[in-house]
Design a protein around this ligand. Structure first.
Ligand code: AMP
Ligand code: GLY
Length: 420
């Protein structure tokens, strides 16, 4: 089988490594991939958003199966375009990807179908948004409606900050058209849990839960990033909470999308907050999370390609989806200065026999050099969470590049929760 994986980060590297475990796989092409992914797949210089070029390549290369991993091409309709040419594809179509593509859509869906989430109002008129803020409790959360590279969420501690966020999004268009509509919502508190799930629109199978670490600095301080590390499973996600989530969130969401004529197939990511009033949805993503995938897939014992093919054929109920009863930790190594200014082009040396997922790196004169903010993620698994954390930090020591920066406390909050 010949496969393409659209995307070029650590998440795609983890998907590719897992797909390669299936003996039927002859060749994987990564579009565009990166210098590190090149060790595991053939990288083709086609951008993940260049849908006509992706389809053209897939047809000419005689591709049997396509996996579209990032949000942008999914929301733009890459799955529809590939399937229109008869290529079997994993991922939601454009109509279903709106669950991530528009926060106003996903909030209205939850309200209509009674799926627990923060209360909210949606605005397309700036003056109305500004006057709403006058009477709402603080802190309050201001969100740009569309995709904003994970940066379109402002937690405002004061009314002035909330007003500023609204003006930035609606008047100054700092997130472009993504901000022409804003959602203003209630601030919730509680531990956050990421649950990725497989679904064919009929069956929904949650994967092992995980915990992201979004802030740049130790102690959850500093700026928001794409994610500085993850652990799985998440100790806050108990069996009891898992059951509540299945009954009040996962199944109702799949059914709601069906009722709306927007059947979702692929990986649906539930970003949850475990509040005092029970689990609530913070966000949906229409795809695998990054860097959640880098701890979830290494724990998957079943065959990923088989699961994806079963989803394509609407037979997920026949797939085996089994996770190891173990723990995983992924420590992201970034370029010093990320998520703001940073330098790249430094040579990377790392062991070849470890689970290292490369995100931002390129090949230069045959050598792997840094090429992005998040450079790579080091994942280790072990019988205990502490074992996985210690092993990941041990492997981090054997990875070297100039200006490397990583958090030193990935998994520590989870360890404390475990001890409670
Ligand atoms: P999102 O881009 O929707 O994942 O939001 C980014 C982060 O903002 C989340 O992971 C939460 O930590 C935080 N956040 C979003 N919505 C809320 C909310 N209603 N209450 C508290 N925190 C929130
Ligand atoms: N790690 C969060 C995300 O993938 O959106």
């Amino acid at each position: 089988m010949k496969i393409i994986v659209v995307g070029g980060g650590g998440r795609e590297h983890a998907i590719i490594k897992k797909l390669k475990e299936n003996k039927q796989v002859e060749e994987i092409f990564a579009l565009p991939g990166n210098g590190g992914i090149a060790a595991d797949a053939t990288c083709v210089d086609i951008g993940a958003k260049d849908i006509p070029a992706i389809v053209d390549f897939a047809v000419k290369a005689g591709i049997d199966f396509a996996v579209v991993a990032p949000d942008d091409p999914l929301v733009l309709g890459a799955v529809d375009a590939l399937q229109a040419k008869g290529i079997k594809t994993f991922g939601p179509n454009k109509k279903a990807a709106i669950i991530e593509g528009s926060k106003a859509f996903s909030k209205d869906l939850m309200k209509k179908y009674n799926i627990p989430t923060a209360s909210y109002e949606t605005f397309t008129d700036m003056e109305a948004a500004l006057s709403y803020i006058e009477n709402c409790p603080i802190p309050v959360v201001v969100k740009a409606d569309g995709l904003a590279l994970g940066k379109g969420v402002i937690i405002a501690e004061t009314k002035e900050q909330a007003r500023q966020a609204v003006r930035d999004m609606m008047e100054d268009k700092v997130f472009g058209e993504s901000g022409s509509k804003v959602v203003i919502e209630e601030f919730l508190t509680g531990p956050e849990v990421s649950v990725l799930s497989f679904t064919d629109g009929k069956t929904v199978i949650p994967m092992v839960s995980s915990m992201d670490h979004k802030r740049a600095l130790d102690g959850d301080k500093g700026l928001n990033t794409g994610g500085m590390g993850t652990i799985a499973p998440n100790p806050y996600y108990t069996d009891e909470i898992a059951k509540v989530c299945m009954d009040t969130i996962f199944k109702p969401t799949i059914e709601a999308m069906n009722k709306e004529g927007r059947t979702f197939t692929g990986c649906l990511y539930f970003g949850l907050m475990i509040t005092e009033k029970g689990p609530k949805v913070i966000e949906y993503n229409c795809r695998f999370g990054d860097p959640e995938t880098q701890v979830v897939l290494p724990l998957l014992e079943s065959d990923l390609l088989d699961i994806m093919l079963k989803i394509y054929h609407g037979k997920l109920d026949e797939a085996e989806v089994k996770f190891a009863d173990k723990n995983a930790c992924c420590v992201v190594m970034a370029s010093e200065g990320y998520p703001q200014k940073y330098e790249t082009g430094f040579e990377i040396t790392m062991p070849a026999d470890k689970n290292i997922y490369v995100a931002g790196a390129k090949l230069k004169d045959g050598k792997l050099v840094t090429g992005g903010g998040r450079v790579l993620g080091v994942t280790e698994t072990a019988d205990t969470l502490k074992g996985a954390i210690d092993a990941a930090y041990e492997t981090v020591k054997s990875v070297n590049f100039e200006n490397a920066y990583f958090r030193t406390d990935i998994g520590q909050r989870a360890l404390m929760a475990e001890r409670k």
